[in-house]
Design a protein around this ligand. Structure first.
Ligand code: ADP
Ligand code: MG
Length: 386
């Protein structure tokens, strides 16, 4: 224990973290090799500006529904721009190992059992290059120690190079699902370090609940975060994508008309079109629509049915206006307890039927959802006479 404390104090010598940031992770950031790549210069430039600010006083959020290409774009920018001072990191599929995994990624040397030799090495033999860390069992605390350790080298970095190092953490929605409290603490840390100017965190997130957790339900939005939204491809780009994957033009137009430019939908459509290329165009269109709806709309519909009249009322309100604040819904449904409304909205967000945008509005999760809702839930209303 005593050794643990002694080692713990050698944090300031984290020269390996320092050199990780100095090198940046651009060269090691891999992106998927796609057959067809749609270039998105505007989005790329927005992300580039977000991560290359020299003296950020706000942390950053790259936000958008899942499957819009946030990870792809962010990795592309990290790989292609000068990455001095910028480290990209993606939370692993099993977020339980996030604090340790992040520590290793940035060059912190972790040791599960510290012994006398470790102490000697770190203190006397090579005090500049070796420092061992012992993380506590508590998840949030471990995460906090890792981020704070990184930020300590940030001060030195800024003094020497005149810029605040930037750490991009992709996939924070996984953390929200795994341990929402840890996520809220991560946002706190992002604010604290933005304030101190020793580390700029950029959080990349898909999940709809992230915005209320960051900003709360009230309109008192923090000015601590700069938010960039990555949404669907333009219809033009979506068409370009599909036709270059040999999807017949008529089919491509119809798919974009109903599903918009969500890249994961387009990938699925191209896959189906390739597999069933012998079908007539009309049949193929139907097949693609069915497949997309089964995969991406059905869970939302189920959620509407499970949540009964209230969910249908919310959907009806949204069908009329396309975007709504939580409090608008409560006002419209004023006879219903606010907590109940919140619960139902929350399950519709979880089912990817709705999402929060960067201004805290509730919107349809995708064009596909809205399109389907018009007639499927419409029919559902009739069937249940609601
Ligand atoms: N500009 C693009 N051109 C071609 N394919 C893309 C593009 N952006 C994303 N993709 C592909 O779409 C899929 C989803 O993208 P991803 O970046 O993982 O989405 P997100 O992180 O927003 O959930 C990935 O397989 C990715 O390779
Ligand atoms: Mg992603």
């Amino acid at each position: 224990m005593l050794f643990g404390i002694a080692i713990y104090q050698s944090y300031t010598k984290d020269s390996s973290i320092y050199s990780t940031f100095k090198k940046g992770s651009g060269e090691t950031t891999e992106i998927r090799s796609e057959e067809v790549i749609i270039q998105r210069p505007e989005e790329q430039e927005n992300i580039r500006q977000l991560i290359s600010r020299e003296d950020p006083t706000q942390f950053g959020i790259i936000l958008g529904p899942s499957g819009t290409g946030k990870t792809y774009l962010t990795r592309q920018v990290c790989r292609d721009s000068p990455s001095f001072g910028v480290v990209y990191y993606e939370i692993p599929g099993a977020p339980a190992s996030f604090p340790e995994d992040l520590a290793r990624e940035v060059g912190m040397k972790l040791s599960s059992s510290l012994n006398f030799v470790d102490v000697l090495v770190s203190k006397f033999v090579s005090p500049e290059s070796v420092s061992y860390h012992k993380l506590p069992n508590d998840y949030t605390q471990s995460m906090e120690i890792v981020i704070n350790t990184i930020s300590k080298t940030g001060k030195r970095f800024k003094k020497n190079f005149g810029r605040t190092p930037c750490l991009i953490i992709d996939g924070v929605d996984l953390l929200v699902k795994f341990d929402a409290k840890a996520f809220v603490r991560l946002v706190d840390l992002a604010k604290i370090h933005a304030n101190a100017g020793d580390l700029c965190l950029i959080l990349v997130s898909s999940e709809g609940h992230v915005m209320p957790l960051i900003f709360g339900d009230t309109s008192s939005r923090t000015r601590m975060a700069l938010v960039i939204e990555i949404l669907d491809f333009t219809d033009e780009d979506a068409l370009k994508y599909l036709t270059s994957k040999s999807v017949p033009t008529k089919v491509a137009k119809d798919v974009v008309e109903c599903a918009g430019g969500r890249v994961i939908f387009l990938m699925k459509a191209a896959e189906v079109a390739k597999k069933f290329s012998q079908l007539s165009e009309d049949k193929l269109i139907q097949m693609i629509k069915n497949e997309l709806e089964d995969l991406y709309v059905e869970p939302g519909l189920l959620s509407v049915q499970m949540n009964g009249v209230l969910a249908k009322d919310i959907v009806r309100v949204l069908l009329k206006s396309d975007k709504l604040k939580m409090r608008n819904i409560s006002e419209i449904l004023k006879d219903v307890e606010e907590a109940k409304v919140k619960n139902v909205v929350s399950s519709l967000v979880k089912a990817n039927l709705l999402r929060y945008d960067s201004n805290g509005y509730l919107r349809w999760h995708s064009k596909l959802c809205r399109f389907s809702e018009i007639w499927r839930v419409g029919r559902c209303f009739q069937l249940f006479e609601l």
